[in-house]
Design a protein around this ligand. Structure first.
Ligand code: S3P
Length: 435
């Protein structure tokens, strides 16, 4: 796929597709609960479809009623059963880590697989706390394929994840649901809190006590979840690409509707405001237990900024696209504390740097800091995406600001999180070409 360098400004009003993190959680909690959970606005990306198949294999009944509208009949007190065949998570780290946590609570055996990208990612970060609780796993180097050889009858733990990670936090909480006693999870930096929020929609109120920059979550298990109606709000991490397009193409003026505004996810919007972007949120309302708004974005002359490591948890997936935006700003942008980017769908720190350099942008990595100097973007490169959807979309957006179109080696991964990407880009006036 290739960007066309658009001759004119981007205009239009588009609606953001469902949030990936919330879509995974709706299916998983629905599969654990008693009764039928109705979901609207579910993201029908490949990652989510893998999670839907996975929870079916554990005994839930999953049905698509219409586009985005799904029903999950959970197993309730009967609990998850051992799947007949290994569970394939595809590219989905969230699906893998959350389901490994939930399944550890049950006395079942299960094997897990993933694609080449997921099989290279570290899983020890979820295996360690689950093992502390008494679950047992077989793996080589803590990587997929992994087999759970023992689950259930777990002992509650007090655990502090060594990395700021919502996936690790959620895995421990989900394991704690079927564990007798008090599971306590301390995070030093608050990460996305959708698991905590959604559990309350399923009838379970966790205790959440703010602590420094993080929180302590306590859960009294075992807990029975009651089916819920979940309306999935729009994904701010997908909206980021539309917003970026408008910020890098002169004269653009667009509205991106239905964007979730949960503060654990909106770090990018704050940074863009600091850079001088016109980005205004209107029409705040509630949807699926979260606040959503419509964002009005106008092309703006941006200036480089320093982004503190404290921002990372609230915009961990947005650094590749921020780096692309920074390439068009005046001056330097320093993004600090990006070590976790090395273990995403690819080494995103190296991949972002490489895609910028290949297209004539002045960028460097110093330790865990990415430095981008804004200026004219030459473009013209074919970018290696390393099975990483966010690198793919970031490269295509860079192409909109470049003198020569930018192409990518593989566009198939975009469907993991944002299947409507090219349709929505076309709707605002930036159609992509197949190359
Ligand atoms: C996610 C958490 C983040 C994020 C991922 C989705 C989630 O990962 O990068 O895309 O839904 O919990 P980490 O928990 O590894 O930071």
């Amino acid at each position: 796929m290739m960007s066309k360098t658009p001759p004119k400004s981007l205009k239009g009003r588009v609606s953001t597709p469902g949030d990936k993190s919330i879509s995974h959680r709706a299916l998983i909690l629905g599969a654990l609960a008693e009764g039928v959970t109705n979901i609207t606005g579910l993201l029908e990306g490949d990652d989510i479809l893998h999670t839907a198949k996975a929870v079916e294999a554990f005994g839930a009944k999953v049905k698509q009623i219409a586009t985005g509208q799904w029903q999950v009949e959970g197993v309730g007190r009967a609990g998850w059963r051992s799947p007949k065949t290994p569970i394939d998570f595809g590219n989905a780290g969230t699906g893998a880590r959350l389901i490994m946590g939930a399944a550890a609570g049950f006395d079942i055996q299960v094997s897990y697989l993933g694609d080449a990208s997921l099989s290279a990612r570290p899983m020890g970060r979820v295996l360690r706390p689950l093992e502390q609780m008494g679950a047992k796993f077989n793996s080589t180097d803590d990587k997929l394929p992994i087999t759970q050889t023992k689950g259930g009858a777990l002992t509650p733990v007090k655990f502090t994840p060594p990395h700021a990670s919502a996936q690790v936090k959620s895995a421990v909480i989900l394991a704690g649901l079927n564990t007798c006693g008090i599971t306590e999870l301390t995070e030093t930096h608050l990460t996305r809190d959708h698991t905590e929020n959604m559990l309350s929609a399923f009838g379970l109120n966790l205790t959440r006590t703010p602590k420094d920059k993080g929180q302590v979550v306590t859960l009294h298990g075992p807990a029975t979840l009651k089916a819920a109606n979940i309306n999935v709000p729009g994904d701010p991490s997908s909206a980021a690409f539309l917003i970026a397009a408008a910020l890098v193409v002169p004269g653009s003026d667009i509205i991106v509707e239905n964007v979730m505004m949960n503060e654990t996810r909106t770090g990018l919007f704050a940074v863009l405001s600091d850079m001088g972007a016109f980005i205004r949120a209107d029409n705040f309302r509630r949807s699926g237990g979260e606040t959503i708004a419509d964002l009005h974005i106008r092309y703006s002359k941006l200036r480089g900024v320093t982004v503190s490591p404290d921002r990372v948890p609230s915009m961990v997936d947005e650094y590749p696209i921020l780096a692309v935006i920074a390439a068009t700003a005046q001056g330097q942008t320093h993004m600090h504390g990006l070590g976790e980017l090395r273990v995403k769908e690819s080494d995103r720190l190296a991949g972002t740097h490489a895609l910028l350099i290949a297209n004539g942008v002045d960028a460097s990595i110093e330790g865990e800091t990415l430095i981008v100097t804004g200026g004219p973007v030459t473009g013209g490169a074919r970018v290696k995406t390393h099975h990483d959807h966010r690198l793919a979309m970031s490269a295509l957006i860079l192409g909109l600001a470049a003198k020569k179109p930018v192409s990518i080696d593989d566009s198939s991964m975009i469907a993991t999180s944002f299947p409507a990407f090219s349709a929505l880009m076309a709707a605002i006036g930036a159609p992509m070409e197949m190359s």
